[in-house]
Design a protein around this ligand. Sequence first.
Ligand SMILES: [Cu+2]
Length: 123
Amino acid sequence: MRRLLASLTVLLCAVPLAACGASDSGGGSDGSSSSDPKIIQVTFDGDSVTPNGERVDVSVGQPVTLQVTADAPGEIHVHSTPEQELEYSKGETTLKLTPIEAPGTVDVESHSLEKVIVQLEVR
Ligand SMILES: [Cu+2]
């Protein structure tokens, strides 16, 4: 007859939690909010348009307003999904785009001039 006596001691060492001294509580608003409308000034003059193919950063869902000054009436095409066609008149017209809900690059162009006015970088 044999007796085996096994003694097993498990020592659990409690590791003290070293609290990191960095505080992340400096809550501050930098003043820019994605719900503020992005306002883009667009000027048509003869065969030219300003801006001309410039990239503009907008946030997903951010309202975009085009403030158009034109020497002749025309139409702006927004290649979002769904597409948007916006007519402007001679003089000053304020066009409000439907906020774009999908990230990507959206061309805003004049088909009468065959020029890209701005590319919206939606992110
Ligand atoms: Cu188009």
